[in-house]
Design a protein around this ligand. Structure first.
Ligand code: DHB
Ligand code: MG
Length: 231
């Protein structure tokens, strides 16, 4: 199976380039307890490290994450920030409800994971639907990078707000725009695929960004992300 080949290739490269990371393992463990799909939607370790290195490369101080789930990518990214840096993590926290039902705990999973990673002073978690949360963020505290990885039908809504919140010269990355190549297949009509097509049409007609999509393979199969430079 090709996906086995890609997962093996990912694991092979990771075995040279990524260190074991008990904190991130525990993050994924706590997230996985909440449902079988919860942890698999997180970025892969290689993708998490890519985001981390990208932030270091641009000397990022402020990052916005739209859709944080259990906080896996937020932890990767926050570790790249200086002491006075901040990552704002927006999470609708359906996981929180599941957690309450099973364990009667107050903090959401992401808050638990962020605290266990020792990053509570660097990651500001805002629970609730991301779009209204974004609208409440002031544009005079701009972000160096926004990572959009939430519900896919809202991609364009998130992208428009991200443009308001990211500084000129900053970066907006939208995850999962590759989607097994489905957006290019007219027979595919799912909400996620339509969310990608709408975003592509929006960016085509927008002169405030320059963007490109990079398709990826690895342990998560065939996917990709769209990388936009905010002019
Ligand atoms: C899904 C969402 C993601 O953000 C991702 O990276 C992979 C899968 C999903 O909703 O299935
Ligand atoms: Mg994703």
């Amino acid at each position: 199976l090709r996906s086995d080949l890609w997962a093996r290739a990912d694991a092979y490269h990771n075995s040279f380039l990524l260190k074991s990371d008990p904190v991130l393992d525990a993050t994924q463990h706590r997230t996985r307890e909440l449902g079988k799909n919860a942890a698999t939607a997180a970025v892969s370790p290689a993708q998490g490290k890519f985001l981390h290195l990208l932030l270091r490369g641009i000397n990022a101080k402020r990052v916005l994450e739209v859709g944080s789930l259990g906080g896996y990518s937020a932890i990767w990214m926050a570790r790249a920030l200086p002491d006075d840096g901040e990552l704002v993590a927006l999470e609708i926290s359906a996981l929180n409800a599941q957690l309450r039902a099973t364990r009667t705990l107050n903090p959401s999973v992401i808050e638990e994971n962020v605290a266990a990673a020792g990053l509570s002073d660097k990651i500001r978690v805002i629970l609730g639907p991301a779009h209204p949360s974004m609208k409440r963020l002031p544009s005079d505290e701009p972000f160096d990078l926004a990572f959009i990885d939430a519900d896919k039908p809202n991609n364009t809504n998130y992208f428009v707000e991200a443009k308001r919140l990211v500084r000129s010269g900053g970066i907006i990355i939208v995850d999962n725009t590759g989607r097994k190549g489905y957006p290019a297949d007219p027979a595919r009509t799912g909400a996620g695929v339509e969310g990608v097509r709408e975003l592509l049409r929006y960016i085509r007609d927008d002169d405030e960004v320059e963007a490109t999509t990079i398709h990826t393979v690895g342990e998560k199969g065939l996917d990709g992300f769209t990388f936009a430079y905010r002019k």
